[in-house]
Design a binder for this molecule. Structure first.
Ligand SMILES: *Cc1c(COP(=O)(O)O)cnc(C)c1O
Length: 220
């Protein structure tokens, strides 16, 4: 697995407006180092118990994003250093993240995960829940969180049109929320969609960040 070559190839494909999150879950630290040495600084993990030692051992200028289903009781462990939680899928998690960030006197960026796939197993809010949440104004009450955008995972399928439809619907929702509630500032700016198997479609549909694991690091 030539991590340097994989990274370079993906980066040449991505427009300048799209940031790359290297999803390093279940990968050894040696592979993270390989990407780090090629300039990669944003890494994603999906389990707190795996993220904690990696954060402790690896360089402190890495920007860590959490991308998996996060248990409430894990928040205070990652709150001291996590840059962004991309997988916010409940109000309870938001409230707990806000309190945990406050305790450590810092701000945590959050993306709300939207359920765009047909599969029932994927976490996330429905489109209506997202609209209702912002309409309620509740988002203004979380002092220690920055609402940075939305995240979604498409259905695992070979049907490219299905994937495109799902990404497009998320992009439309993202633009609407941005226009309706964040017109006065640019904090709500991240549309995180696209993984190893489908990121070119996500780029075409207007994402600002792709989350790529196996295509950089190899199979897990
Ligand atoms: C694992 C994971 C990825 C990366 O998946 P690959 O197919 O290896 O690129 C992206 N996003 C989330 C939420 C993940 O859990």
């Amino acid at each position: 697995m030539n991590i340097a070559k994989n990274l370079l190839q993906i980066k040449t494909e991505l427009p300048e407006t799209v940031r790359l999150l290297a999803v390093s879950k279940l990968q050894p630290e040696s592979r993270i180092w390989a990407a780090y040495h090629k300039g990669q600084r944003i890494f994603g993990e999906s389990r707190a118990q795996e993220l904690l030692p990696k954060h402790a051992n690896l360089p402190k200028d890495i920007e860590w994003h959490f991308v998996g289903h996060l248990q409430i009781n894990k928040l205070k462990q990652i709150a001291p250093f996590i840059d962004t939680i991309q997988s916010i899928d409940s109000l309870k998690l938001l409230e707990t993240a806000d309190r945990a960030a406050g305790k450590f006197n810092r701000k945590i960026n959050v993306l709300l995960q939207v359920h765009i796939a047909q599969e029932e197993t994927k976490f996330g809010f429905s489109f209506d829940e997202i609209e209702d949440f912002f309409k309620s104004g509740l988002f203004l009450s979380f002092e220690n969180l920055t609402f940075s955008g939305l995240m979604g995972m498409a259905t695992l399928t070979d049907d490219r049109e299905q994937i495109r439809k799902e990404f497009n619907s998320l992009a439309v929702l993202f633009q609407k929320i941005k226009a309706d509630y964040f017109a006065w500032n640019d904090t709500f700016k991240e549309l995180s969609m696209g993984m190893s198997g489908d990121y070119p479609i996500a780029v075409e549909e207007g994402c600002t960040m792709v989350r790529i694991g196996s295509k950089i690091f190899g199979a897990r």
